[in-house]
Ligand binder design. Structure first.
Ligand SMILES: [Zn+2]
Length: 300
C-alpha cells in the first residue's frame, strides 16, 4: 500500500502577510481522498522525532538555537519568515514523516511525504523557507539503521538543492543530482555531484529528453540501493518563481520517468513535495496529485 506522511501541523499558517502557500498541504490530501486515489488508510501521522536523528545532519548549536528561537534576525531573514515554536515543531514532524516514509518505501517500493523537500537547509543554517533538511535526515537515518548504503538524491525542484549538496559534499555514500533553472535561486549555487542547469523557458521536450538520457546512466554509475526524489512542481510554466516552462502534463511525464525507473530497477524511492508557486492553487494541487496517482498506478 502507498503510505503517505501527513500531519495537520503541515498547514499551520505562517505569520500574517506571508505569501508562501501553505494551503496546498491541506488541499492535496483532500483532493487525493476525494477522487479516490487514496483512502484514510494510506495516510500516517508522523511525530516529533528523536533529536539525535536531526543532529546527525545539522549542527547541534544551530538546531538548539532553532528550538529555543534564539537565531538572529539576519538568520531569520535568510529563512524567510519570523520563527516561532510551532514552525520549528512542524519542520521536525516533517523530518519524521520522511524518515518513516523511508521505511515504508523499503517495504512497499515507494512512499511519500505531503510536505518536505526542504533542500535549502544547510548543516548550520536555514534558507528560503527551509530549516531542517528532511531528505538529508532521511538519508542519514537509513544509513544509521543499516537500511541503505549508497543513496541517490534526485532533486528536480526548479531551485538547486544547495543545502542538500553542502551537507553531502564530502560524503561519497550519498550522490546528489540536481536539475534546476539556471536563473533561479540560489544565485550562488553549490556544486552537486551532478548539476544540470537549464536555460530560461526550457520546455517539456528538451527537459524530458535530458532526464531520459541522464537517469539510467546515472543509476548505472552510482548503483544506489535507495533513491530520494524531490518532485517540486515549480518547474511548470505558470509558476511565479520558476524560470522553466513545463506543462502540467510534462511535469507528470517527468514524475513517471523517475518512478518507473525506480520501479523497474526495484530501488525503493521516497518522495517529498518541494515547491510549487503557480498563481492558481488548483494547478499546484493538480501537479502534486499527479505524483501520487502515478505512484498508485505504477507500484500497486
Ligand atoms: Zn523550489
Amino acid at each position: 500500500m502507498l503510505k503517505i506522511a501527513y500531519h495537520p501541523i503541515y498547514n499551520h499558517p505562517l505569520p500574517e502577510g506571508h505569501r508562501f502557500p501553505m494551503i496546498k498541504y491541506e488541499l492535496l490530501p483532500k483532493q487525493l481522498l476525494h477522487e479516490g486515489t487514496c483512502t484514510q488508510e494510506n495516510f500516517f501521522e508522523p511525530e516529533i522525532p528523536n533529536d539525535k536523528y536531526i543532529v546527525a545532519v545539522h549542527d547541534p548549536e544551530y538546531f538548539y538555537d532553532l528550538l529555543n528561537i534564539k537565531i538572529s534576525t539576519r538568520e531569520a531573514r535568510k529563512i524567510g519568515f519570523p520563527l516561532n515554536e510551532v514552525l520549528v515543531e512542524r519542520e521536525r514532524i516533517i523530518a519524521d514523516g520522511t524518515m518513516k516514509a523511508c521505511e515504508f518505501a523499503i517495504q512497499n517500493g515507494v512512499a511519500m511525504n505531503i510536505a518536505g523537500g526542504t533542500h535549502h537547509a544547510y548543516t548550520g543554517h536555514g534558507e528560503a523557507f527551509c530549516m531542517l533538511n528532511d531528505q538529508a535526515i532521511g538519508a542519514r537515518y537509513l544509513q544509521a539503521q543499516n537500511l541503505a548504503k549508497k543513496i541517490l538524491i534526485i532533486d528536480l525542484d526548479v531551485h538547486q538543492g544547495n543545502g542538500t549538496t553542502e551537507i553531502f559534499q564530502n560524503d561519497d555514500s550519498v550522490f546528489t543530482f540536481s536539475m534546476h533553472g539556471e536563473g533561479n535561486y540560489p544565485f550562488k549555487k553549490e556544486q552537486s555531484d551532478l548539476d544540470i542547469a537549464l536555460k530560461k523557458g526550457t520546455g517539456d521536450e528538451e527537459y524530458l529528453n535530458i532526464l531520459k538520457r541522464t537517469l539510467p546512466q546515472l543509476i548505472d554509475t552510482v548503483q544506489p540501493d535507495f533513491i530520494f526524489y524531490l518532485s517540486g512542481v515549480d518547474v511548470i510554466d505558470s509558476d511565479k518563481l520558476g524560470t522553466l516552462s513545463l506543462t502540467l502534463n510534462g511535469a507528470k511525464k517527468r514524475d513517471e520517468i523517475v518512478l518507473n525507473t525506480c520501479y523497474k530497477l526495484r530501488i525503493p524511492v521516497q518522495c517529498s513535495m518541494g515547491g510549487g508557486y503557480s498563481p492558481d492553487i488548483k494547478t499546484i494541487v493538480e501537479a502534486h496529485a499527479n505524483t501520487y496517482r502515478l505512484a498508485q498506478d505504477i507500484f500497486f
